[in-house]
Write a protein that binds this ligand. Structure first.
Ligand code: TYD
Ligand code: MG
Length: 460
């Protein structure tokens, strides 16, 4: 018999403490510690662990390896982020804010896959069967032979999955609703979620099914509670975007079977999520051409070039401490660009309120965007619009230099494809150049600043 003991578990990071406190020592979260009951677990009893173990067969590193068997969902953008389809026997966590479209995406993928003759089981713990059916009908997916269940009890789910032929794809929506009677803590607690996810991950390995676990993200961007689940699964995909925009971005952050940092772009419509084949065209669609403070950045997302508009507004501040508001970019990087402009280029910008926005709801963390941000800032400060047909990319160093960035050829090619004819950037190797784009290469940020300021003088 294992002994039942009370322990205190942080619901944010999963760390265990012997007594309750108001703040978790491990992750610093306030009010996240809850009491949970637990059985002994493996190794708790003196005999339990060793007596039930059997020696496993050991083998060498070489041997014939079959390629990972993949199931294609038929949604190209999703398959690409997953590394070319879902790998049989793998567990994938799909995280995102509530309401972003996780259930919609996975219902569409499940239906597509079922139509190609795969056995697909969709377990909804959040919505009743009628709700899922209603959504399927609205999306025109009701004819797909998906096997649907509404269930939250892990043991019942496992029994359902084991029953009948082995499934190719299992969707569990969501892991926060799972509960198992093997642990005694309340549903939704870290221990429950972790135990449930572990059981389903083991089922994936055992049966060869691809198991997709849906997880909600909390306001601070962590997959709620089950950050612990990230370590268990083979791939973690985040579904992000601004609910006020139609664009949704699926981003791979961990993948044992493929590249990470790959993105898939979708648009939320009345007919569910539609794939966006050419994201740059979409992000530049409503560009404010000819307005001061707008610069087009030629970025790279995973393996794909994506052009986005960077908007800046620099306005005199009525406050002692000027405001800085950044959407879609790193605010620490903005502070750095501002400091370099002040200290190395003699631009008096720091006393102003500054707003920076990556249009379209894309989140971008690339240092290569430094030059586009600087161009947008100077353009807004001087009131001079930047040339409409130019893109900007390059990293700025603290000494005020402009550094070349990787994948320049791809950035230039994408810009040419979308009708741009000039690029302002760091130095570029001659092999990377494109005839369609005239290059303006800078080694010092100061030169870009004077070029934009000269444009402002010429306009007056
Ligand atoms: P949902 O998939 O339920 O989000 P999640 O599972 O991540 O919580 O998506 C919900 C939102 O998507 C909801 O606000 C309505 C919107 N939506 C559409 O705009 N079009 C559609 O065809 C569907 C199914 C949903
Ligand atoms: Mg949902």
């Amino acid at each position: 018999m294992s002994k039942i003991k009370a322990k205190f578990v942080c619901q944010s990071c999963g760390s265990v403490t012997p007594r309750w406190s108001g703040r978790c020592d491990n992750c610093g979260e306030w009010n996240s510690i809850a009491e949970e009951m637990s059985g002994g677990g493996v190794g708790a009893g003196p005999k339990s662990a060793v007596s039930s173990g059997r020696p496993a067969a050991l083998t060498s590193l070489d041997g014939t390896i079959a390629d990972a068997q993949r199931t294609i969902s038929g949604i190209g953008e999703l398959d690409r982020v997953a590394g070319g389809g879902f790998v049989a026997g793998s567990a994938v966590l799909v995280g995102g804010d509530p309401g972003i479209g996780k259930s919609t995406l996975l219902l569409q993928a499940a239906a597509q896959m079922a139509r190609t003759g795969k056995r697909v089981i969709y377990v909804s713990g959040e919505e009743a069967i009628a709700q899922v059916q209603m959504r399927a009908q609205r999306l025109g997916l009701a004819d797909a032979p998906v096997h649907l269940a509404s269930e939250t009890h892990v043991e019942t789910i496992l029994a359902t999955l084991e029953h009948g032929p082995s499934p190719d794809l299992v969707v569990i929506d969501s892991i926060q609703t799972l509960w198992t009677d093997r642990v005694e803590s309340a549903p939704g607690t870290v221990t429950q979620v972790r135990t449930g996810a572990q059981a389903l991950t083991r089922f994936a390995k055992r049966s060869g099914a691809a198991v997709v676990l849906v997880g909600h993200v909390t306001k601070d961007g962590q997959i709620a509670g089950p950050r612990v689940v990230e370590h268990m699964v083979d791939a973690v995909l985040y579904f992000e975007g601004d609910t006020s925009h139609a664009f949704r971005i699926l981003r791979g952050v961990k993948n044992r079977y493929g590249a990470t940092d790959e993105i898939g772009v979708f648009e939320m419509t009345e007919m569910g999520l539609q794939e966006v084949a050419n994201p740059s065209a979409l992000f530049l669609d409503q560009r404010d051409q000819g307005a001061a403070g707008s610069a087009v950045f030629a970025g790279i997302e995973g393996t794909r070039p994506v052009l986005v508009e960077i908007q800046a507004l620099v306005a005199p501040s009525p406050l002692g401490t000027p405001r800085r508001a950044v959407v879609g970019w790193d605010s620490a990087r903005l502070a750095m660009v501002l400091a370099v402009l002040e200290a190395r280029c003699g631009v008096r910008i720091g006393a102003n309120d500054i707003y920076l926005n990556v249009a379209g709801g894309l989140k971008n963390g690339e240092p290569a965007a430094d030059l586009a941000v600087a161009a947008a800032l100077i353009s807004s400060l001087t009131g001079a619009a930047l040339p409409k047909d130019a893109v900007y990319f390059g990293e700025i160093s603290l000494s005020g230099g402009v550094r070349p960035v990787v994948h320049a050829a791809q950035r230039l090619k994408e810009a040419a494809k979308l009708g741009f004819s000039a690029a302002h950037c760091g130095r570029i190797a001659s092999g990377d150049r494109t005839d369609a784009i005239s290059l303006q290469a800078y080694t010092a940020l100061e030169d870009l600043v004077s070029a934009i300021a000269a444009g402002a003088l010429a306009e007056q």
